[in-house]
Ligand binder design. Structure first.
Ligand code: MIC
Ligand code: SF4
Length: 640
C-alpha cells in the first residue's frame, strides 16, 4: 500500500523547508536557513560591527533590512552618529536602510517585505510580528543576525507546537489585543520556552493581517520561540493591496495535522482585557478597573500602530474631545499609515480631538520619551509594562487595546469601548517607500563605501575562554522575573548601545547601582563574577547587551532557577554559562558577595554539565554546539 505523508501543521511545513541541521523527529536542536533578516538601530550597531568582523564583502541571505526606530530622539550626537554608521554599513554590504521617521521595524517589515513561508530573524524580540503573514519570524541577539546575514544557520530547540484554536467572532468593543491578553492570561510570561504557538480554527478567517500581527507580536511576552498564522485568502488580499501579490504563497495546515497541545479561545466570550502593572501576564478584566482615573494614554508601538488600529481610534474620537486632564499621544507605525490617515481625514479628527501626534517610532514604548508623571496611571497599547520601562518608576502602566484606550481618552477614566465599526481592509495601500535607501543595490552593496564611525562607536569586546577552574564572587543576587530592562536599562541609557564600556556602567542600574563598581573591583582582585537569580531570568527583549556588558564586566556564569530563551542564547553567545539549580530551594543558600569555587568547570561543561559549588548542585543543559561556544569564550571567538 502507498504510504501517505503525515499531515503537517504550518510550523512543520516551514521549518522542514528550511532545515539544514538536525532531524525534526529526534534532535534536540535544529539548524534552519534564514531567508530574511531585520535589525533595529539599538541592537543593529552591534550586529553590524560583528558582521564587519566576519570580513565578508556583502550579505549572503536573501534580504536584510536595517531599521532606525528606537533611538530617534537625538539628544546629543550619539544617536545621529549611530544612524550614519548604520547607513554606511547598509550601503556597503547590500542592506536596505530605513531612515529614522519611516516607521517601526515590525510594522514596516510586515507591510513592505514579509513573505509567507519564509524565515525571518530579527535582532528584536517582537520580530514574530511576521507570524501574522505566515512567516516563521524569530527574535534573537545581534550576533545571531550577523551569522544569518553571513549565510549561517540559526539554531532553535526542536519546537513543541501548541495549536491555539480560535472559534466564534469577537464581540463589539474587543479586538486582537484582547485575544492575545486572553492567551497571556492562560499561559503567563514564563514556562513557555521552546514552544511555537500556531493559530488555527474557524475564527482565523475573520482576522485581518494587522490583527493577526498584533497577536503574533505580543506572543513574545509568553517567551515562546515564535507564533504563526496560516497564509490564506486574507493574507493574499493584504499582499495584493500592498502591491505585493507576487510574494503570496498559500500555507495552511494539512487536514488532520496535529499539535502537541491545543488551547481554544472562544472569541464569542471575549471581553476587554488589560495587563495590570507590572507584567504583561498580569491580566485583568477592564470591567474590574473601570472608572480608575487615568493621567496618560499612549496609542501606538509595534503591537497596535497599523492603519486598522489608528483608524479605529479616530472613529471613536470623531467629533469629540479627549478629557481635559488626560494627556493623549498617538504614534503611527509607518508613513504608509500616516498617508492613509491623511487621506481619509483621520489625522484631522485626532488633531481636533486634542491628541499629541508623535513620531512614527518606538518612542514611548521604550521610555525614550513621554515618561508619565510621578505615580501616574498610564494606559498604553504596547506590549510591555515592566516596572520603570516608561521612564517613571512609580507609574502604573496598563496595557490595553486601541478601543479601550480611545474610549478612556474621552472620559479620562478606564472605560471599555461599547462598539465601533470594523475598519474594512483597504483595497490598495499606498507604497510610501521613499525613506528606504539602497534598494537598488540590495544584496549587492557598494563595496568602496567608507564606513562612518563617530566617537560613540566602540569596538566589540572579546570574550575569554573558560578556565579549567573558576574562582568567582556572587556580584548580585536578584529575585524572580528579572527582565532585560532590569539588567540593561533602555530609556535614557539607550544611546550607549554602540559603546559597550560606557553602557556597562549601567548594568543592573534599577536593582543595584554599585554592580558595575563591584564587578570591576572583583575583576581587579582576580575574581570572576557570577549573577544569582530566581525564576524566568532575562525575560523580555532580545538585547544582547544584557549578556555582552556583563561579559565585559567579567561575568562568567549566571545561576538561576530558570532562564528565558533569547537571553539564555545570548549568554551562551558571549561565553557565559547558564546554570540552573538542581534543586531550586538552593537559591536560598547563595548570597551576594559569596566566594564560589567552580573546580573543574571546563570539564563539567564539556561533560554532563553538572557541578557542585559550595555544596550546591548546579546543571547546565548545553548542546554540543553550545558547549563549544561557552568553552571558547563566545561566538565571536569561535568565528575568528
Ligand atoms: C523592547 O521592546 O524591549 C526592545 C527595545 O524593542 C528590545 C530590543 C532592544 O532592547 O533594543 C526587544 O524587544 O528586543
Ligand atoms: Fe519598539 Fe516597543 Fe516594539 Fe520594542 S516593543 S520594537 S520598543 S515599539
Amino acid at each position: 500500500m502507498k504510504k501517505t505523508a503525515k499531515p503537517r501543521n504550518v510550523t512543520e511545513k516551514i521549518i522542514a523547508a528550511h532545515l539544514v541541521e538536525g532531524d525534526m523527529a529526534v534532535d534536540r536542536e535544529l539548524g534552519i536557513r534564514i531567508d530574511q533578516t531585520l535589525t533595529q538601530d539599538a541592537t543593529g550597531t552591534m550586529a553590524y560591527l560583528q558582521f564587519e568582523a566576519m570580513g565578508l564583502k556583502r550579505i549572503r541571505n536573501d534580504l536584510a533590512v536595517s531599521y532606525v526606530d528606537h533611538n530617534t530622539v537625538q539628544i546629543g550626537f550619539e544617536n545621529a552618529d549611530d544612524h550614519d554608521f548604520l547607513a554606511s554599513i547598509a550601503k556597503k554590504y547590500g542592506i536596505i536602510y530605513s531612515k529614522a521617521g519611516n516607521g517601526i521595524c515590525h510594522q514596516l517589515h510586515l507591510e513592505r517585505f514579509g513573505k509567507p513561508g519564509t524565515t525571518l530573524l530579527g535582532s528584536d524580540s517582537h520580530t514574530p510580528t511576521g507570524g501574522g503573514i505566515g512567516q516563521i519570524a524569530i527574535g534573537a541577539g545581534g550576533i545571531d543576525i550577523a551569522v544569518a546575514m553571513a549565510g549561517g544557520a540559526f539554531h532553535i530547540p526542536r519546537p513543541k507546537v501548541r495549536g491555539i484554536e480560535l472559534t466564534g467572532r469577537m464581540p463589539a468593543g474587543t479586538s486582537a489585543k484582547d485575544v492575545i491578553l486572553k492567551v497571556l492570561e492562560k499561559f503567563g510570561t514564563k514556562g513557555n520556552v521552546g514552544w511555537i504557538f500556531e493559530y488555527f480554527g474557524p475564527g482565523v478567517a475573520a482576522l485581518d493581517v494587522p490583527s493577526r500581527a498584533t497577536i503574533a507580536n505580543m506572543g513574545a511576552e509568553l517567551g515562546v520561540t515564535t507564533s504563526v498564522f496560516p497564509s490564506d485568502r486574507v493574507t493574499r488580499q493584504f499582499l495584493e493591496a500592498q502591491g505585493r501579490g507576487g510574494d503570496f504563497t498559500e500555507i495552511v495546515a494539512d487536514k488532520g495535522a496535529s499539535y502537541d497541545d491545543v488551547f481554544t479561545v472562544d472569541m464569542d466570550r471575549l471581553e476587554p482585557l488589560a495587563a495590570a502593572p507590572h507584567s504583561p501576564g498580569n491580566v485583568v478584566r477592564v470591567k474590574s478597573i473601570a472608572g480608575k482615573k487615568v493621567n496618560q494614554i499612549l496609542i501606538g508601538s509595534c503591537t497596535n500602530s497599523s492603519y486598522r488600529d489608528i483608524r479605529t481610534v479616530a472613529q471613536i474620537l470623531k467629533g469629540k474631545k479627549v478629557a481635559k486632564e488626560v494627556e493623549v499621544g498617538i504614534a503611527c507605525g509607518s508613513r504608509q499609515v500616516v498617508e492613509m490617515l491623511l487621506e481619509d481625514g483621520s489625522l484631522a479628527i485626532l488633531h481636533a480631538a486634542g491628541c499629541r501626534m508623535l513620531e512614527n517610532a518606538c518612542g514611548f514604548c521604550i521610555g525614550a520619551h513621554m515618561s508619565p508623571s510621578t505615580n501616574a496611571v498610564s494606559l498604553r497599547t504596547n506590549n510591555r509594562n515592566f516596572e520603570g520601562r516608561s521612564g517613571t518608576r512609580s507609574a502604573q502602566v496598563y496595557l490595553v487595546s486601541p478601543e479601550t484606550a480611545a474610549a478612556s481618552a474621552l472620559t479620562g477614566k478606564v472605560t471599555a469601548c461599547e462598539g465601533v465599526a470594523k475598519v474594512p481592509m483597504p483595497k490598495k495601500f499606498p507604497a510610501v517607500d521613499d525613506m528606504f535607501l539602497y534598494r537598488e543595490t540590495a544584496g549587492k552593496g557598494v563595496p568602496k563605501t567608507k564606513i562612518v564611525r563617530g566617537p560613540n562607536i566602540a569596538p566589540v569586546p572579546a570574550g575569554s575562554a573558560m578556565p579549567e577552574n573558576l574562582a568567582a564572587k556572587v556580584a548580585i543576587k536578584v529575585g524572580d522575573k528579572i527582565t532585560t530592562d532590569h539588567i540593561m536599562p533602555a530609556g535614557a541609557r539607550l544611546k550607549y548601545r554602540s559603546n559597550v564600556p560606557e553602557y556597562a556602567k549601567y548594568v543592573f542600574e534599577p536593582c543595584d547601582r554599585d554592580f558595575h563598581d563591584n564587578c570591576r573591583r572583583n575583576q581587579s582582585e582576580g575574581w570572576a563574577n557570577v549573577i544569582v537569580a530566581g525564576e524566568s531570568y532575562g525575560q523580555g527583549s532580545s538585547r544582547e547587551h544584557a549578556a555582552l556588558c556583563p561579559m565585559y564586566l567579567g561575568v562568567k556564569a549566571v545561576i538561576a532557577k530558570s532562564i528565558e530563551r533569547i537571553h539564555r542564547a545570548n549568554l551562551i553567545n558571549f561565553g557565559i554559562v547558564p546554570f540552573e539549580f538542581e534543586d531550586p530551594r538552593d537559591y536560598d543558600r547563595l548570597s551576594a558577595g559569596e566566594r564560589l569555587e567552580f573546580a573543574g568547570i571546563a570539564r563539567a561543561i564539556a561533560g554532563d554539565g553538572r557541578i557542585e559549588v559550595n555544596g550546591v548542585k548546579l546543571r547546565t543543559d548545553l548542546t554540543a554546539r553550545e558547549k563549544q561556544l561557552v568553552l571558547k569564550g563566545g561566538l565571536l571567538s569561535c568565528l575568528n
